[in-house]
Design a protein around this ligand. Structure first.
Ligand code: AMP
Ligand code: GLY
Length: 447
């Protein structure tokens, strides 16, 4: 029996907690910044405990881990990894299934990551340049015909990247934005990256990495734009779906295999460069283009919402897989049910702008269960048995079925069982949306 420490408190972490408890071989100990009522309930039910504090404070996490004699730790969110929580746990001799500060640099320093991939000839990169000066950046933007993505090197919660034709009108707005970024320091880093703008469909590929070999999970498509039809501002992700075959309707097996190969070569490159192993979840954000999958970015963690799609299908005991991964050798490829999933986020009215906070939500758990859906708490709190909204995404609702369309109906039906001042994107996972994705890739000659 592991004493399993989960650090984090979002819906992604609620799903991790549920999956660990489903395995039945772990007592769950959770360290959270704010009390996630779902995680707290699971910790108590498994014979574990939870604590509330600063999840980015290495000393607070380590002291909680020592108090409860943790045998396996899983620091989950990006900012926790970028605070070096893994290194501090490892220094105390605690087994940890997450990347060290140096390994997580693939996520928290996009310039480091792009340089490493280029130096070790890992395929799948767009044309790019790294800049500290506005005039050099402007010349590079011109050389790409003004069609670019402009990225701060550091962590920005997914909101710092701007692309021409979307958040930026044209090359001259791209130059202005590049200059604006150079005056600030995102995530403590001053460089910016300019990339050629890629056309295609995005997908997320998450994998377990034991340092030598990576094991891919089902591919998922996330929806970052706030409103139906993929319009409006970017969000942390409004929902996501995955297909029965573990491919997306618009990808072929070869696209999946090529993306996984890029990720395998990346952990090998990291070892060659540093002499260290990348141990943890590696998540590649890819654009499927007419020239195959291209890497947009790496995350050194599960995706939110993408974790909820894949963990709903995991057949193995998650704590056991993470334990083997942390010790440097996954014995056999983790397997996933051949089912489709659709996850939809209920978000407060006003989100992603000024969200209505402290609104009570009436959750008909019985109806949700009878739909066969799962729900996960994100930014909510509980008072006297009632759940209230906070300023970010509130609740994720996940449907699982034999087809994406059926999973969508389950998730949509269950969304109707949460009453209150929240809304969600009704189009995620619908036939009409999937058809649009297919038409898009066909128009680019991909399928
Ligand atoms: P990133 O944080 O690097 O994944 O970028 C955030 C979002 O910006 C991605 O999900 C894409 O929608 C978009 N994006 C990033 N890089 C590019 C690129 N080179 N071409 C087109 N879109 C991009
Ligand atoms: N779904 C995007 C992310 O987790 O970064």
């Amino acid at each position: 029996m592991e004493n399993f420490l989960l650090v984090g408190n979002g819906a992604r972490e609620h799903a991790i907690a549920e999956t660990v408890c489903r395995g039945g071989n772990a007592r769950l100990y959770a360290f959270m910044s704010v009390n996630n009522p779902g995680i707290a309930h699971l910790a108590k039910g498994s014979g574990g405990k939870y604590g509330i504090g600063d999840i980015h404070s290495t000393s607070q996490v380590v002291s909680f881990a020592k108090q409860y004699e943790i045998t396996l730790a899983f620091p989950s969110p990006d900012a926790v990894l970028a605070a070096g929580v893994t290194d501090s746990l490892l220094a105390q001799g605690i087994t940890c299934a997450a990347p060290t500060l140096e390994a997580a640099r693939l996520e928290w320093d996009k310039a480091y990551c792009r340089d490493m991939l280029r130096d070790y000839k890992v395929p799948g990169a767009p044309k790019f340049g790294i800049f500290d000066s506005g005039s050099d950046a402007s010349r590079f933007i011109d050389s790409l015909g003004g069609s670019v993505a402009v990225k701060p090197a550091g962590l920005t919660g997914g909101k710092g990247v701007k692309v021409t034709g979307l958040q930026l009108k044209d090359g001259s707005e791209a130059k202005e934005y590049a200059k604006e970024l150079l005056g600030t320091k995102h995530g403590g880093l001053k460089s910016i990256i300019i990339e050629e703008k890629l056309e295609g469909e995005e997908f997320s590929l998450q994998a377990f990495s034991d340092g030598s070999k990576i094991y891919g999970m089902p591919a998922v498509q996330d929806h970052k734009r706030a409103y139906e039809g993929d319009v409006g501002p970017n969000t942390g992700g409004m929902g996501s779906y995955s297909g029965t075959s573990h491919l997306l309707p618009f990808t072929k097996q070869k696209h999946y295999d090529d993306a996984l190969k890029i990720m395998q070569k990346t952990v090998e490159a990291f070892y060659k460069k540093t002499g260290k192993r990348f141990v943890g979840i590696l998540y590649g954000g890819f654009m499927l283009t007419s020239d195959g999958p291209k890497l947009l970015e790496y995350n050194a963690r599960f995706g939110d919402p993408e974790a909820m799609n894949v963990l709903a299908l995991l057949k193995d005991d998650l704590a056991e897989v993470l334990s083997q991964m942390a010790k440097g050798k996954i014995a056999k490829a983790p397997s996933f049910e051949k089912k489709a999933t659709v996850c939809k986020y209920l978000v407060p009215e006003g989100y992603p702008g000024k969200a209505l906070i402290n609104q009570p939500l009436q959750i008909n758990t019985q109806a949700i269960t009878s739909f066969g859906a799962r729900i996960y708490y994100a930014a909510v709190y509980e008072e006297d048995g009632i759940i209230y909204t906070q300023s970010s995404r509130s609740i994720a609702v996940v449907g699982t079925a034999d087809t994406i369309a059926d999973a969508e109906r389950i998730s949509e039906g269950a969304c109707g069982s949460v009453i209150g001042k929240v809304w969600h994107r009704k189009d995620i996972g619908t036939d009409a949306l999937v058809k649009r994705r297919m038409d898009h890739v066909r128009s680019l000659g991909i399928l």
